[in-house]
Design a protein around this ligand. Structure first.
Ligand SMILES: *Cc1c(COP(=O)(O)O)cnc(C)c1O
Length: 393
C-alpha cells in the first residue's frame, strides 16, 4: 500500500492519494465500480460502508480523496457538472433573504444559477469588480452570506486577490467561495489563502481531455462539508463511477499538463501582442497586465509563477473580424469549453456568456477567448498568425 504522507509533493499526491492498488488482484489502477447498489451481510451489514451509489461509490470516493488532497481540503464532493456542484454548495449555505456577491465577470452560468434559479427562493444577487477590493467592500450588504470569486476571471482574465477578499468577506460574516476552474490546484490553492470552499468544473483542466462533464466542491470546514455532503446525497446530482474514474485518471497528469498549457499560452500571448489585427491581449503573464504582480504571487507551479492556459484577445476589426477569424483557424477549433488537450477558440458574447447579454456581466463583442492546448506552440502561433494576417489585409 502506498500510504500518503503530508510531506508528499503535488504530483505524488495526485498519483497516489485515494488511488491505492486493488487489494484483491493487485491491479495497479483501482477498478471502476460500475454498480448502483451493494449486497448487505444481513440487514444494515454494509461492506466498507457502501449501501447505494447515490450515497457512496468507491470510484467517487477515490476521486474525492484525491481532490481533497490536491486542494488542501479535508472533504471533497464530486458532482455530475460544475453547476451541479455550485448549486449544492449554495443551497447548503443560503436561506431566503440572503445575498450573494459575485465578481462581475464570473462564468455566465454561475450568475444565471443564482439570478434565475435561487432568486425564486428569495436569494439576492449583485456583482462587483472582484479585482477591486474597495468596490467589493462597498457592495457588501448586511445580509451578504456568500462572496463568490473566480480568478483568473472568464473571459477577461482579471486576477482577484483571494486573501484580500477573504479578509473582507469574513469581516462581514460571509463565506468566501473560489471557483478554481481556470487556475486549477496545480497553480493556486484558495483554501490555503483562507477561502471556505473551492468549486470546480472538472469538465475543464481537471478532466483535461474534453471527454467528460463533472464538478466538485472542496472544503476544510467540517460543518460546511456535512451540509454539502447531505445535499449531494439528498439531491443526488452525482457523477457516474466511470466519469469519476476518468477524472481520477486525468488528475494524475494535471501538473504536467498545466505547465505545458501555461508555456504554450505565454508563447501565444507574447506572439499576438502588437499584431495589427489585435487591439488587446488579455493574459496575466504579460508584464503590462494590470494584476501581473498579484498573479505572479498567487499562481505558482512547482518552479515559479505560471499564468494559466487561457488567453483572450480583442480584434481591431470588431464583430466582422471575429466571424471571419473563427472560420480561418485550423488548429483552434470553434467550440465552447476549455482546458482540454486540443486548442479551442470561443466567442463568449454569443457562446459561454450568451445568458448574460444585456446584464452587467456582458462581455465585449470584439473579444475571442482562446483555450491554448498542448499542441506544439509554434504550430499554434502559426495557425493564429495566418488567420490574423488574412484579416489585416
Ligand atoms: C464551465 C465552467 C463552469 C460550469 O461547469 P459545468 O461543468 O459546465 O457545469 C463553472 N465555472 C467555470 C469557471 C467554468 O469554466
Amino acid at each position: 500500500m502506498t500510504e500518503p504522507r503530508a510531506s508528499d509533493g503535488f504530483s505524488t499526491r495526485a498519483i497516489h492519494d485515494g488511488q491505492s492498488f486493488d487489494p484483491r488482484t493487485g491491479a495497479v489502477i483501482p477498478p471502476i465500480f460500475m454498480t448502483s447498489t451493494f449486497v448487505q451481510d444481513g440487514i444494515g451489514g454494509f461492506r466498507d460502508g457502501y449501501e447505494y451509489s447515490r450515497g457512496g461509490n468507491p470510484s467517487r470516493d477515490a476521486l474525492q480523496q484525491q481532490l481533497a488532497s490536491l486542494e488542501g481540503g479535508t472533504h471533497a464532493f464530486a458532482f455530475g457538472s460544475g453547476l451541479a456542484a455550485e448549486d449544492a454548495l449554495l443551497r447548503a449555505v443560503l436561506q431566503p433573504g440572503d445575498h450573494v456577491l459575485m465578481g462581475n465577470d464570473v462564468y455566465g452560468g454561475t450568475h444565471r444559477l443564482v439570478s434565475q434559479i435561487h432568486a425564486k427562493w428569495g436569494v439576492e444577487i449583485s456583482t462587483a469588480d472582484a479585482s477591486d477590493l474597495d468596490a467589493v467592500l462597498a457592495s457588501i450588504r448586511p445580509n451578504t452570506k456568500v462572496l463568490w470569486v473566480e480568478t483568473p476571471s472568464n473571459p477577461l482574465m482579471k486576477v482577484a486577490d483571494i486573501a484580500g477578499l477573504v479578509e473582507l468577506g469574513h469581516a462581514a460574516g460571509a463565506i468566501v467561495v473560489a471557483d478554481n476552474t481556470f487556475a486549477t490546484p496545480a497553480l493556486q490553492q484558495p483554501l490555503a489563502l483562507g477561502a471556505d470552499a473551492v468549486v470546480h468544473s472538472t469538465t475543464k483542466y481537471i478532466g483535461g481531455h474534453s471527454d467528460l462533464v463533472g464538478g466538485a466542491v472542496v472544503t476544510a470546514d467540517a460543518s460546511l462539508a456535512e451540509s454539502v455532503g447531505f445535499q449531494q446525497f439528498a439531491v443526488g446530482a452525482v457523477n457516474s463511477p466511470f466519469d469519476a474514474w476518468l477524472t481520477s485518471r486525468s488528475l494524475k497528469t494535471l501538473a504536467v499538463r498545466v505547465e505545458r498549457h501555461c508555456s504554450n499560452a505565454q508563447a501565444v500571448a507574447e506572439a499576438l501582442v502588437g499584431h495589427p489585427a489585435v487591439s488587446a491581449v488579455h493574459y496575466p503573464g504579460l508584464p503590462d497586465h494590470p494584476q501581473h504582480a498579484l498573479a505572479a504571487r498567487q499562481m505558482r507551479g512547482a518552479a515559479g509563477p505560471l499564468f494559466g492556459g487561457m488567453v483572450s484577445i480583442q480584434l481591431a476589426g470588431g464583430v466582422d473580424a471575429v466571424h471571419e477569424l473563427v472560420g480561418r483557424t485550423r488548429l483552434f477549433q470553434l467550440a465552447e469549453s476549455l482546458g482540454g488537450i486540443e486548442s479551442l477558440v470561443c466567442y463568449p458574447s454569443e457562446m459561454t456568456h450568451a445568458s448574460v447579454k444585456g446584464t452587467e456581466l456582458a462581455v465585449p463583442e470584439d473579444l475571442l477567448r482562446l483555450s491554448v492546448g498542448l499542441e506544439e506552440a509554434d504550430d499554434l502561433i502559426a495557425d493564429l498568425t495566418q488567420a490574423l494576417d488574412s484579416l489585416a489585409t
